[in-house]
Design a protein around this ligand. Structure first.
Ligand code: HEM
Length: 134
C-alpha cells in the first residue's frame, strides 16, 4: 500500500469530517432561528460536496486497508452509524415539520456523529470513551 497516499487521504477525511459537523451545526442553528432555506446561501449546497468527499475518502481508505463491511465489525458498525446520521439529518432538515422534533433529531445526529468519531479513533463501540478523546 502507498503509505503517503493513505496518510494524505486520511488527513483529507479528518478535515472534511470537521467541516461536515461545523456546517451541520451552523445549518441547524440558522434554520431553527427562523432562516428560510433560500437564505442559507452556500450552506444549501456545500454540505453535499463535503459529505460526498467524506464518504468517498472513507470508502477509499477501507479499500486500501481491505476492511470490508459485513466482515470487519468496526467498519460495519461505522457504516450503520453513518446511515443513522444521514437519516437523522434528513429528518431534521427535510422530512419533519414539527420544530421540537426537528431539534431533537438534530441533537441526536450530533451525538451520533461524536460516536462515529469515537469509533473511528478507538475502534471500539463505547459511548463512554468519548470524553477520553478530549
Ligand atoms: C460522519 C462520517 C464519518 C466521520 C465523522 C469519520 C471520522 C473519521 C476519523 C476522525 C478518522 C481518523 C481516525 C484516526 O485514525 O485517528 C477516520 C478514519 C477512517 N474512516 Fe472515517 N469517518 C466517517 C465516515 C466514514 C465512512 C463512510 C467510511 C467508509 C465506508 C470511513 C472509513 C474510515 C477508515 C477506513 C478510516 C481509517 C481507519 C484506520 O486508520 O485504521 N469513514 N474516520
Amino acid at each position: 500500500m502507498n503509505v503517503e497516499l493513505f496518510v494524505w487521504v486520511r488527513n483529507l477525511h479528518v478535515v472534511v469530517a470537521t467541516l461536515s459537523i461545523m456546517l451541520f451545526f451552523t445549518r441547524g442553528v440558522l434554520l431553527f432561528n427562523g432562516a428560510e432555506r433560500e437564505q442559507l446561501g452556500p450552506l444549501r449546497w456545500l454540505p453535499h460536496i463535503i459529505d460526498t468527499l467524506l464518504f468517498l475518502s472513507g470508502v477509499y481508505m477501507a479499500y486500501l486497508l481491505h476492511r470490508l463491511p459485513g466482515v470487519d465489525p468496526w467498519i460495519t458498525t461505522k457504516l450503520g452509524f453513518v446511515l443513522l446520521y444521514i437519516m437523522l439529518g434528513m429528518f431534521a432538515f427535510r422530512w419533519c415539520k414539527r420544530r421540537p422534533l426537528r431539534v431533537v433529531a438534530w441533537l441526536a445526529a450530533i451525538g451520533v456523529f461524536l460516536e462515529i468519531v469515537t469509533l473511528a479513533v478507538t475502534k471500539q463501540f463505547n459511548p463512554l470513551l468519548l470524553p477520553q478523546l478530549f
